[in-house]
Design a protein around this ligand. Structure first.
Ligand code: ATP
Ligand code: MG
Length: 405
């Protein structure tokens, strides 16, 4: 079996790294996601390289070839090679010697099979010779890839006990590459060990959740996770029918050619409750950006403002998300269309204009400006002549109040 030929294999920066790591006896090999995705005909995103050379030797050889070597994960034997601005992870063959479910102590190895055996799924343990394109498959990954079967290498219980993150990776990789039911043995093992997820760092959990929610259709996997108690420790707030809620959202995403969005999808599976969203964001240490978006989506879920008014208040992306999430079946396309090719306008009146109309500089200017803005938004952004009318009216009112005071 051979990897299909493709332009990425001839990429000059990749060739520089490969050439630097080639020895008389052995070539480095491409491994993992790149091989899997190339075989599936999916665009190859990053190329990981495996080599029997120890990290020190990897660095020495890369530098001799004028390729930058960054020791990003040197404890695990990973060096990031930067050639012409392109990065490649180069990892020394290794075997896991002790594992506590959270991190593995590793030993370097020279045996490809040992290196394959410590990887998680059979479809992630395929290697390819960069020159002959020959594929090395030690655990029947090719068969599983063809069958769209995401299967642990070895005993599922043991593999999950070694590294609990693999519970989440199981559902994510199934959502991405699996077809039909998830491997029954793997689900049983995942369910048995689900409470151990608590021991993982929240950043790692959140990162996996983010990746899961980014796949084309995570809905069935998310429902399977709920049904098997996987969320119980880190996201007990998840709504019980998250699967169908997500499925409905994804249907709209597909019909409107909307890109997947983590905030939109996470919002779909959480209760519409700002206090709960705050709690989840804090527990999972979500980024400020994600937290803010989730808060906007929760607090405006029941708003009666139009899509454009929402876009003005919380940005066009969040407004689109609210339409996709909450609008009635008969309205959502039209509301989405109202945001298409529409730029959020800027209030065409400034404080200086109000002073020119006779207002005294000071707090009354800001207050009047806000009142004008409210009116302008309520009338859904009328053009200049009408804004001037609104401004004249409200300035006149403010001047009257000022006299009375
Ligand atoms: P992606 O497209 O999501 O990056 P990938 O297969 O490259 O897919 P990574 O998470 O980047 O996945 O990991 C690279 C490879 O390292 C995997 O293909 C797998 O062989 C191995 N690997 C990663 N994480 C684990 C883990 N927790 N346990 C065992 N092997 C792992
Ligand atoms: Mg990868």
């Amino acid at each position: 079996m051979q990897l299909p030929d493709a332009p990425w294999l001839h990429d000059l920066s990749l060739r520089r790294v490969i050439d630097a790591l080639r020895t008389d006896g052995q070539s480095p090999r491409i491994v993992g996601g790149a091989v899997r995705d190339a075989l599936l005909g999916i665009e190859v995103a990053d190329v990981d390289i495996a080599t029997p050379l120890v990290p020190k030797e990897v660095i020495r050889r890369l530098e001799a070839a004028h390729v930058k070597a960054v020791p990003t994960g040197i404890d695990h034997g990973t060096i990031t090679a930067v050639a012409d601005g392109h990065t490649f992870e180069v990892t020394t063959l290794r075997r896991d010697v002790s594992t506590d479910g959270r991190r593995a102590a590793v030993e370097f190895a020279t045996d490809w099979i040992e290196d394959a055996a410590r990887r998680d799924f059979t479809i992630n343990a395929l290697y390819a010779d960069p020159d002959s394109r020959e594929i090395f498959d030690y655990f029947d990954g090719l068969t599983d890839l063809k069958a769209h079967h995401v299967r642990f290498i070895g005993n599922a219980d043991q593999r999950i006990a070694e590294d609990h993150l693999r519970i989440l990776r199981l559902f994510r990789f199934h959502a991405r590459f699996g077809q039909g039911a998830i491997d029954a043995d793997a689900v049983r093992a995942a369910s048995t060990h689900a409470n151990k997820l608590m021991a993982l760092s929240r950043e790692r959990i959140a990162d996996e959740l983010r990746k899961l929610l980014s796949v084309a259709n995570p809905a069935p996997a998310v429902q399977a996770m709920i049904d098997n108690g996987i969320f119980a420790t880190f996201l007990p707030e998840i709504i019980s029918d998250a699967g169908s809620k997500l499925a409905k959202l994804i249907e709209r995403e597909q019909l409107s050619a909307s890109k997947a969005s983590v905030s939109r999808r996470l919002s779909a599976i959480l209760p519409v409750d700002a206090a709960i969203v705050e709690k989840v964001a804090a527990r999972l240490k979500l980024s400020n950006r994600l937290r803010t978006d989730l808060m906007h989506l929760a607090t405006n879920a029941k708003s009666d403002q139009s899509a454009r008014q929402l876009a003005y208040a919380i940005g066009p992306e969040n407004a689109r998300d609210l339409v996709l999430l909450n609008s009635e079946e008969q309205n959502w396309r039209e509301e989405l269309a109202s945001l298409q090719d529409w730029e959020v306008p800027e209030l065409p009146v400034k404080g200086g204009d109000l002073i020119a109309k006779g207002l005294r500089a000071g707090p009354v200017v800001a207050k009047t400006l806000q009142a004008i803005e409210r009116q302008w938004v309520a009338e859904t952004f009328p053009a200049e002549p009408r804004v001037r009318e609104i401004a004249d009216q409200l300035v006149a009112g403010a001047l009257r109040d000022d006299k009375k005071a």
